[in-house]
Design a protein around this ligand. Sequence first.
Ligand SMILES: Nc1ncnc2c1ncn2[C@@H]1O[C@H](COP(=O)(O)OP(=O)(O)OP(=O)(O)O)[C@@H](O)[C@H]1O
Length: 404
Amino acid sequence: MSDSDDLFIRTDPIFVNKELLEISHLPEEGRIVGRDEEIGQLANAVNPAIFGQSPSNVLIYGKTGTGKSLCAKYVSRRLVSTAEEEGVEAVFAYVDCAQDTTETQAAQTIASSVNTDDTEIYIPDKGISTATYYKRLWRILDKEYDVALIILDEIDKLEDDAILMQLSRAGEAGKVTECKIGVMGISNKIKYKDRMDERVKSSLCEREFVFPPYNASQLNQIMTARSDAFREAVLEDGVIPRAAALAAREHGDARKAIDILRYAGEIAQANGADTVREDFVVQARERAEVDRFRELIRGSTPHSRYALQALTVLSLEHCADDLSHENDGFRTTRVYDVYEQICRQEGTDALSLRRVRDLLKEHAFLDVIEQSRHSGGSAEGSYTEHTLLENPKVVKDVLADTVD
Ligand SMILES: Nc1ncnc2c1ncn2[C@@H]1O[C@H](COP(=O)(O)OP(=O)(O)OP(=O)(O)O)[C@@H](O)[C@H]1O
């Protein structure tokens, strides 16, 4: 090959604006689809901030990829700009509690994100006590703002409730006198609230919202709103409807629907195809599923993974027996027996049957497994069966890869 030959393709034949399909991409207002009602409700809860009054504390629940973080940030941004028009100084801070799991880290993140040059208050990355971070945070808030909204995303990942207690009581306790504080907690754990301290619960959960999974038509609109990521005429007509139908049937997760679309484009690229075809969507979906599953598992506790591993062991044995090709379920007590064996192998104490039942429920909530109630007749009463929704071999590999 001579130097005058082209070794590289000079323009991307498939994508023209691929950022629109990246995970980190935050859609603008016009691209948030199908969440008008939820956005309206959230806005209503924090609306008092515009009159300089306390916003309600809210807790947002919903499965992964249902737009919780997106809508919380969107409403907060709009609140800050509308408040400003009304002469109210508002601010919002976003904390990813999966990153900032300790009280100190979360307090540091909030303080540094609301800080301004004018305060002349210094918030170091580390090296000062939690109490000092709080003191500086309260001073900044009182000095600079009338209202502060604190978004705590993946709130269930916090080590304890300490910061929730501080934030929800700062006004009452007289630590902050000028600034009103509102907290927006976000979680995809249905059981999260049960773990909260009663006092925190009563102040933090003034309003609760559940974001439902997206249906096929909403996913279709979400993807269509980003189809300008592709070059003109590259996306074949059936691609988005197919991706939307698959994603809606499985989980209603917008992030994964968008991943499927991006992967389908990448597969077209890898195949040197001129267009993105419907059959690429099916391959893309498989890749997106493994990714999705890996992400769901990464955030879970060791015991939550052992419970899942137990169900995987049973499912694999069942496949090996080849009793039937049907995906049969396993009763909680059977899963629990295998879970206990796994705990012994791992050298850890098993949790109670009740806790393991809750862990399985969390997996069901996230569509990793499916639960069904059965009636065993008058002698036996009713019982629950658990079925793995993913391919057990994939689950096994992903679990084996996952370390804390
Ligand atoms: N209604 C929507 N319109 C447009 N894009 C959306 C919508 N909902 C979600 N998305 C896209 O999916 C991504 C994931 O959404 P988001 O982070 O809000 O989900 P989440 O419910 O907070 O999920 P998780 O619990 O996993 O954090 C967003 O960054 C956005 O790109």
